[in-house]
Design a protein. Structure first.
Ligand SMILES: Nc1ncnc2c1ncn2[C@@H]1O[C@H](COP(=O)(O)OP(=O)(O)OP(=O)(O)O)[C@@H](O)[C@H]1O
Ligand SMILES: [Mg+2]
Length: 226
């Protein structure tokens, strides 16, 4: 880590006073409520909180997949456009997103799914290295319906990391995995955090132990745990 640079030079993602409410008929949920946050390159940050506390909603806001009702998200110093279609280019170039469900394209195999937004020799080499690291090298030609839940989740890991993103947002990435495979996934995430900032929703103690700091959401509000 360089101490010569100013701390703000390494900020990959900044969120200021983010808020999101869901309103439908009877229900009115304040899912994210005044969240401030900065993630720096090389940081591995855990995000915890009870079910329904707003973790996935916050990740969607940070990725620009949903527009906040209030507040702003800056990625590499630039405000993320409010419309998901306008923020798509920024997201594809700089953000790796691991959803709670991996949302693979059913008619594409694992390799094609991983490379859907990223092309080139370098990406293909990175894909092979990543696939070997998480035990997916023999699965690259398989379509998602022939994979187990954990294999699909790992295919999502490949897609999220293959573009060497500046920011990785991951929602329970080891949820369907046994502990050996889970640790392999943590290792590749941790490795990607050398050049990226990494925010991971998890209740996996092994993962939290390896995080640089842990944030907790409670009713949409953020508190620092350590
Ligand atoms: N599309 C939606 N429409 C209405 N309410 C929603 C929607 N998505 C989430 N919510 C509500 O917003 C709150 C936060 O949900 P969110 O999915 O962000 O929680 P979470 O912390 O990720 O939970 P979990 O750990 O179960 O994944 C919950 O009360 C949920 O019911
Ligand atoms: Mg969630």
């Amino acid at each position: 880590m360089s101490s010569a640079r100013s701390p703000s030079a390494d900020v990959v993602l900044e969120a200021e006073d983010l808020a999101l409410e869901y309103r439908d008929g009877r229900r009115h949920v304040r899912a994210v409520d005044g969240v401030n946050l900065a993630l720096r390159r090389g940081e591995f940050v855990g995000l915890v909180g009870p079910s329904g506390s707003g973790k996935s909603s916050l990740l969607f806001l940070l990725a620009g997949l949903r527009a906040p009702d209030r507040g702003v998200v800056r990625l590499l110093g630039r405000p993320v456009p409010r419309r998901a279609d306008e923020s798509a280019q920024l997201r594809r170039r700089h953000v790796g997103f691991l959803f709670q469900e991996p949302f693979l394209v059913p008619y594409l195999d694992v390799r094609e799914n991983a490379l859907v937004h990223t092309r080139g020799e370098e990406a293909e080499e990175r894909l092979l290295t990543l696939a070997r690291a998480i035990g997916m090298e023999t699965m690259l030609d398989e379509r998602p319906h022939r994979l187990s839940g954990g294999e699909r989740q790992r295919a999502g890991v490949l897609r999220a990391l293959v573009g060497a993103p500046d920011l990785v947002l991951a929602d329970e990435p080891t949820g369907n995995l046994d502990s050996t495979t889970g640790h392999a996934v943590i290792d590749v995430l941790r490795e990607s955090a050398h050049r990226a900032a990494l925010l991971v929703v998890t209740h996996d103690e092994g993962m939290l132990e390896r995080a640089d700091r842990v944030l907790r959401l409670a009713d949409g509000r953020l508190e620092v745990v350590d």
